[in-house]
Structures are given as C-alpha cells and as structure tokens.
Design a protein around this ligand. Sequence first.
Ligand SMILES: *[C@@H]1O[C@H](CO)[C@@H](O)[C@H](O)[C@H]1NC(C)=O
Ligand SMILES: *[C@@H]1O[C@H](CO)[C@@H](O)[C@H](O)[C@H]1NC(C)=O
Ligand SMILES: *[C@@H]1O[C@H](CO)[C@@H](O)[C@H](O)[C@H]1NC(C)=O
Length: 297
Amino acid sequence: MTICASSSSDSTGSETSRAWIVHGVVVLAGAAAAAAAAALYLRRSRNLRRRVVGIIPARFASSRFEGKPLVRILGKPMIQRTWERAKLASTLDHVVVATDNEKIAECCRGFGADVIMTSESCRNGTERCNEALQKLGKTYDIVVNIQGDEPLIEPEIIDGIVRALQGAPDAVFSTAVTALKPEDAFDPNRVKCVINNSGYAIYFSRGLIPFNKSGKVNPKFPYLLHLGIQSYDTKFLKIYPQLPPTPLQLEEDLEQLKVLENGYKMKVIKVDHDAHGVDTPEDVEKIEALMRERNIQ
Ligand SMILES: *[C@@H]1O[C@H](CO)[C@@H](O)[C@H](O)[C@H]1NC(C)=O
Ligand SMILES: *[C@@H]1O[C@H](CO)[C@@H](O)[C@H](O)[C@H]1NC(C)=O
Ligand SMILES: *[C@@H]1O[C@H](CO)[C@@H](O)[C@H](O)[C@H]1NC(C)=O
C-alpha cells in the first residue's frame, strides 16, 4: 500500500500554511524571527488534534448478514482481524470496539480488545462512535471510524487520514479514495468522488462523476472510488448526527453529503487499496481465496 504523494496531507495543508507564515515573518522581521516563528508554528500544529482514538463500531443484527463481525475468516473472527490491523496504526492512542451485543463484546475481550457497550438504539456507525466517545470518559481530538467489515484495512490508510485531518485545521472530516475500476463505473454501490486541486472533496455520487460527454467511461480519466473509512474532529462528531438531512444526501442516500451541503470541509487522501469489504456470506470465500493467494495468515 502506498499513499500517493500528490495528495497526501503532509504535502498540502500544513506545508502551505507554514510556508505562508514563514514568508510573512521574513518580510517583517528577518530570518531569525522567521525560524523561531516557524518552529513555534510547527510545534503548535503538531499539538493540534493530537489525541486520537480509533473506534470500530460493530453490531450483530444486519439485514444482509446476521452476526457478521464474528464470521471467521481463515479461522479468525473478522472483527479481530480489523482490530489487529488498527492496532498497528501509529497515530492511534487507543483502539476500542463499540458494540450493542454481548457475544461480540465477549469475543473481543477474549482477544484483548477494549470494548465499550453502546445502546441498541444507535441507528448507524456514526451514532455508535459518538456514544462510545461520550462513554470513554477521556478527551480526544480526532475519532477514526474504522468499519469492522474491512478486515484487510492497511494501518497506513488509518494513519494517512489522521494526518490529513491534523494537517488541515479547516477540515472537520477526512476520508480516503482509491482508483475506480472501469467495471465498477456504473455500480451504484460503488461511490465516486471528485476533489479539488487542494485535495478537498467537492462531491460524492453513486453515479459516475465526472460524466463524460460521450456517456461512456473515459478509459483515460482517473475516476476515484470512495473507501468507507473516515475520521472526524470530535467537536464535529457531536453535531454530525444531529444535522438535519439535506436534499442531496437524501437523493443519493449518502451521509457524507450532509457534511458538504452544510459547508463543512472534508480532506480526501488518495491511496492504493483494493477494497475487499465483506457484505455477504459469499464475500467471505472471496476474501479467503485472496488471502491464500497473497499468503496472508
Ligand atoms: C478546495 O476546497 C476547499 C474546501 O472547500 C477550499 O477551502 C479550497 O480553497 C479549495 N481549493 C481550491 C484550489 O479550489
Ligand atoms: C470523453 O472521453 C473520451 C475518450 O473516451 C475523450 O477523448 C474525451 O476527451 C472525453 N471528454 C469529452 C468532453 O468528450
Ligand atoms: C445516522 O442516523 C441518524 C438518525 O437516523 C441520522 O440523523 C444521521 O444523519 C445518520 N448519519 C450520520 C452520519 O449521523
């Protein structure tokens, strides 16, 4: 897995603002003051949003796949695989599983995970993360919502979106995209994304965006597929579930549009990742075959 240099957070948000500040001071006060100011700024920005928690929301009931988090993938529960990957991320101070189910909780405690019990009334993963955050009783600046059904998530992607949010103080949300496969272009379950020159999200759609005038996929265009991992500023997470639904969100049935429609900024990183989400029992066989092929234990 590599994070594409062109849009990785470190090279955009913090770097540009640092350069600007250094420049401003040079003009006013000379090099020594500039260096001091830059050092101070760097220290501050490093401290900015430095306390980070990774939350893996996991529920038992699911319309398509009952008990999904506990399904065994090459002998290990899926939730354990996700947790083990998350534990390898160097930006996370703490990783917890948030669940409403005693079986899942027991399984997770069994392999050493911290578990927060959340109520059954949570309507989605974001609400579950928010409730878990309140119950954690410790202050965090960033919450990473790690989907329990992506057992092959690379720790580098988790670190990438955390650093993106740390490096873009004007954004409240960060997420990742990867290259869209041409065969997924017209699949409404594959969400597409377009970003601007500084790597902020412009729009997400279930339709193909941008849409070539010919009505066909342009084999030369670098379309982006949205990956279901996201991180939020904790202050924003408290209000996110309460923001009323917005027209584009309702039309596309995409939660994240609510963020953009309300004028909040979202930083997006490009990563090289083959999405292998597990949504149905058939996906388990597919992912096991792939793991055998790649020699992943
Ligand atoms: C990209 O979008 C962000 C968020 O809306 C905005 O602040 C920034 O100015 C935009 N950058 C460019 C180059 O358009
Ligand atoms: C559409 O895609 C074709 C390739 O299929 C490309 O040559 C063309 O520049 C794209 N844009 C427009 C407006 O046709
Ligand atoms: C979660 O569910 C609540 C209640 O249905 C809804 O208001 C909210 O928009 C949903 N999504 C997020 C991301 O909070």
